[in-house]
Write a protein that binds this ligand. Structure first.
Ligand SMILES: Cc1cc2nc3c(=O)[nH]c(=O)nc-3n(C[C@H](O)[C@H](O)[C@H](O)COP(=O)(O)OP(=O)(O)OC[C@H]3O[C@@H](n4cnc5c(N)ncnc54)[C@H](O)[C@@H]3O)c2cc1C
Length: 244
């Protein structure tokens, strides 16, 4: 499942700069690299809190870049859990050094695609943020539509940033859905993304490059729906967030 362009992958050290709250239990972590880290929007890296045992799956984990590659910092975003990895991440202090390895992943954006869509579940928003920020800040003309599904309203990460982009850029549109409870905000649809939802809100999906990011089960279901509708498999890029 994990594929990467090995020629650019390397270990590097970064210094922790700051934490930014993105939702009730989700925060972004910004780091300053010694030298610029080249990556493509949509890629991920590995964070090591156990450098001596690189195979330690408890303390060394994959996280996606949640910022455009042009930024001077590196940003990753994590849902907080009880895990040792979360504890180590949340206890970082300014200027603490962290070892990373990357970039990895082939679910990347290149500006050749005029029409792009994202089908995202929960914290799967992180690579989509990297791509959307890259497209908007570089004035790339690609038309982007995001279907963004969350369990609860308070789970929605990057809500403010996405709302602002939606309001300020004609080539970015977002459709929100919340699975549990009655959404307070009327712009949110209720329920999960299913075939009818995709047909209604992504009626031109066959013309689009489709990114699917989220937990493994959701990614399988969404990919199958897209294939059933008649989307070209070669135009579907899916990344499983193994570990959710
Ligand atoms: C390509 C990729 C990109 C990712 N990007 C992000 C991101 O941007 N933000 C983010 O928050 N997370 C991301 N993840 C998931 C991340 O690596 C962690 O697995 C996740 O955050 C849970 O870690 P935890 O320490 O909170 O959970 P834990 O409490 O350690 O684990 C949660 C549950 O998942 C199971 N689990 C943990 N690791 C694995 C594994 N490797 N394989 C199978 N089951 C496992 C555990 O048994 C447990 O049931 C990404 C994963 C991949 C593969």
């Amino acid at each position: 499942m994990l594929e990467w362009k090995e020629e650019k992958m390397r270990e590097f050290r970064v210094k922790f700069i700051e934490r930014i709250k993105r939702a009730e239990a989700i925060e972004s972590f910004r780091f300053s690299p010694e030298n610029k880290v080249e990556f493509a929007p949509g890629q991920f890296l590995k964070v090591f809190f156990d450098e001596l045992n690189k195979d330690n799956k408890d303390l060394n984990k994959y996280l996606s870049f949640s910022c455009a590659p042009e930024k001077e910092y590196i940003e990753v975003t994590k849902r907080r859990s009880e895990s040792n990895f979360s504890q180590r991440l949340w206890s970082l202090k300014k200027d603490d050094e962290v070892l990373m390895n990357g970039p990895m992943g082939t679910c990347t954006f290149d500006s050749l695609h005029e029409k792009v869509s994202f089908i995202v579940g929960g914290i799967g928003i992180t690579p989509a943020i990297s791509i959307i920020e890259h497209v908007l800040e570089n004035n790339i003309s690609s038309d982007m539509r995001l279907l963004y599904s969350n369990m609860k309203e308070e789970d929605i990460a990057f809500k403010k940033e996405l709302e602002d982009w939606n309001n300020q850029h004609h080539n970015f549109q977002i459709v929100w859905t919340v699975a549990e409870g009655e959404p307070k905000d009327k712009k949110f649809f209720k329920g999960l993304i299913d075939k009818n939802f995709i047909l209604e809100h992504l009626s031109d999906c066959k013309e689009r490059l489709i990114f699917i990011f989220g937990p493994p089960k959701m990614v399988v279901v969404m990919k199958n729906i897209c294939l059933e509708i008649g989307c070209d498999e070669k135009k579907i890029k899916a990344e499983n967030f193994v570990g959710y």
